[in-house]
Design a protein around this ligand. Structure first.
Ligand SMILES: NC(=O)C1=CN([C@@H]2O[C@H](COP(=O)(O)OP(=O)(O)OC[C@H]3O[C@@H](n4cnc5c(N)ncnc54)[C@H](O)[C@@H]3O)[C@@H](O)[C@H]2O)C=CC1
Length: 372
């Protein structure tokens, strides 16, 4: 059977997914080749990337995979791409850079997709890339009417909570609007152009300050410098607020929240958000850690619990999703999960198996939360 015969009847989404599956085992080589082409033919783009490209490499492929997985969920795909487009402004990416990236991407796919690359597959990718880039460009251009591409922010407080976890408070130079449950990207002065994501740990404050919980992880450049090196007076850069794990205040369902480790940060911000809306919804917060000592924010959550009759906090040492499942059923709740990706994945599985509809479960896109 020829490629052309085999492709008959396959839609664009199927052709794209098949390419991604085929390229997946050689994703490192394919992305390496993509960046080599990009920097050779469009040298100005090199300055948008960090000196060391290691983690950057698999980010591109992870983003493509995430987009591929969302092809049948157009609303989520659009939200993901709009965030990606707004998020690219901080790198200095401009609209004319998108076609250049597209040409190099298609050339890399053509080279590594071997026998599954055909004229129909190529046409599907051309259409998909045109749609993807237009969504990103539109979101970036709309954002540029209102917001700077990044914000400078001075660290005003740095509090070590455990040997590895610090709570940082920063003051953005210009007003910074966000919704509790969202996250942003941070770049430190020590690792230029290396950006990592952290969730806001409080609701917006009257004094405009923002708070983040950071754990120093082995070989985590940005997190380790934020915990061990950063001091008040240091200035970091912030990207725009991202993510859709926010409380829907028009809904009446009770809320079930799982926060694992520093994943408690966005959950804590959401507790403040619900309190501000004077909600009568019940909120059950499960806060997990590997050891008792790692429940570094429990005291604050207990304070909230004493103040708000609708809030119950369950500290859990060890497996968090299993502890939540034992207290179920949760079929009438909206569920929010934040923490290590394996915890989020197993939490989603356990809740879904327990009858919580997929549409009632929210968490951040896992590829943004890889430890670093
Ligand atoms: N918005 C979000 O989703 C946020 C996610 N994070 C992520 O959360 C993580 C926090 O890391 P740590 O503080 O070191 O947490 P940790 O690794 O100490 O784990 C915290 C909790 O998750 C559970 N857990 C860990 N691995 C699990 C697995 N494979 N299956 C089931 N449960 C598991 C633990 O039992 C514990 O209850 C980081 O990966 C960070 O990127 C952090 C902030 C916000």
């Amino acid at each position: 059977m020829t490629n052309a015969q085999r492709d008959e009847g396959l839609g664009d989404a199927a052709l794209i997914r098949r390419t991604l599956e085929y390229v997946s085992p050689v994703a490192d080589e394919a992305t390496g080749y993509f960046y080599a082409l990009l920097f050779l033919h469009h040298p100005h783009t090199r300055d948008m990337f960090p000196v060391a490209m290691d983690t950057q490499r698999d980010r591109l492929f992870k983003a493509l995979l995430a987009a591929g997985l969302l092809l049948e969920e157009p609303d989520r795909l659009t939200a993901f791409l709009r965030d990606l487009g707004r998020g690219h402004r901080k790198y200095g990416t401009r609209s004319p850079d998108y076609p250049a990236v597209g040409q190099c991407l298609l050339a890399a796919l053509a080279r590594y997709a071997g026998e599954v690359w055909s004229p129909r597959t190529e046409a599907a990718w051309v259409r998909a890339y045109a749609a993807i880039s237009q969504t990103m460009i539109d979101a970036a251009e709309e954002d540029a009417l209102r917001n700077p591409p990044w914000w400078l922010a001075e660290i005003v407080s740095h509090e070590a909570r455990t040997t590895d976890v610090a709570v940082l408070i920063v003051r953005p130079e210009q007003p910074y609007a966000f919704t509790p449950g969202q996250y942003t990207a941070i770049e430190t002065p020590w690792w230029p152009r290396v950006w990592r994501h952290y969730s806001f740990a409080t609701a917006p404050r009257a004094d405009g300050l923002l708070s983040f919980h950071v754990r120093a992880v082995p070989a985590g450049w940005v997190s380790t410098s934020l915990v061990r090196r950063a001091r008040p007076g240091d200035v970091v850069r912030l990207g725009p607020p991202l993510g859709s794990m926010t409380v829907d205040h028009t809904a009446a369902s009770d809320l079930l929240c799982l926060g694992g480790g520093t994943g408690i940060a966005p959950i804590r911000a959401m507790v403040e958000d619900v309190a501000r809306h004077g909600s009568h919804r019940e909120m059950q917060v499960f806060y997990g850690a590997r050891r008792e000592d790692d429940l570094y924010d429990l005291e604050n959550l207990r304070r909230f619990e004493r103040a708000y009759s609708w809030l119950t906090v369950h500290p859990v040492v060890g497996a968090l999703p299993e502890a939540v499942s034992r207290r179920g059923p949760w079929t009438e709740y909206d569920a929010y999960l934040a923490g290590p990706p394996p915890m989020v994945r197993s939490g989603v599985r356990i809740l879904t198996e327990g009858g919580v509809p997929a549409g009632a479960i929210r968490h951040d896109d896992l590829e943004h939360l890889v430890r670093d």
